[in-house]
Design a binder for this molecule. Sequence first.
Ligand SMILES: N[C@@H](CCC(=O)N[C@@H](CS)C(=O)NCC(=O)O)C(=O)O
Length: 260
Amino acid sequence: MTPTPYTVYYAIDSLCSYMLRYTLAIRGPSKDGREISFEGKVVDIHYERTQLSEFFLLNVNPKGQVPAITSPALEKPMADSLDITNHFATMFPNLKPAGYEVQIDEMLLKIHNLPYGVLSFGGHRAQPILKGTMQAMKDKLARDDISPAYRKALEAKLAPVANLDFDTVFGLEAGKQAERVLEEFLKHVDQRLPSSEGWLFDLPRPSAADAHLVALLARMHDVGRGALIKGNIRLYADRAKGSHEWQSVMGTYTTTMCEG
Ligand SMILES: N[C@@H](CCC(=O)N[C@@H](CS)C(=O)NCC(=O)O)C(=O)O
């Protein structure tokens, strides 16, 4: 049977992209023997900013964010690492083994409700990069040779951040507050980890919850917040990062453009 083809738009310095790509790497066998194939397309979100291109905004993700997927099997492109993970979880049972769906969904939601943007960029020199993205949108909008549809898409992307006070939102105080939230979350995680080998909820194989969690822990390490990851969680993260699936996703990269 021909595998169903998917195109995965991702960035090499995007946490949510790593969450999705590691999910795909650990997906295991499909429910019905149908395989899928992937073509990866790198989107440079912080320097070239191709997520702001007319093609990407109008044909892939109007939010101008990665990850996103397209496929002849989908009615329309799909964005958001969690939605995409849930899509693949219906095809690959290892991502949400029977009987563990509620716990895995709860963990995934907790991860995605964390202030991981502030944890990644808070008080950090990545702020100029984010400000640069905003300026790039303004520069494109200042041109008079862009199509009305592209203009509308850029305006919609700019609107939620146009008045953002970056220095407060990503400031030192916000970073400290976000660290407290992360510490509470890590206590929750600690209670759901096995004491030695194994994965969340004592499962024998990583689930989607592990995929998103390991990527988050790697990002925290890479932005210099590794000291918050201690004891059993640190051992778990190191075990996962030693796996060939994680290494097949990471290659020689780290999860961020920041030097922690
Ligand atoms: N909730 C989304 C968040 C996606 C997101 O924030 N993507 C970031 C990279 S991690 C992005 O594309 N940023 C570029 C931009 O917003 O211009 C998900 O889980 O996929």
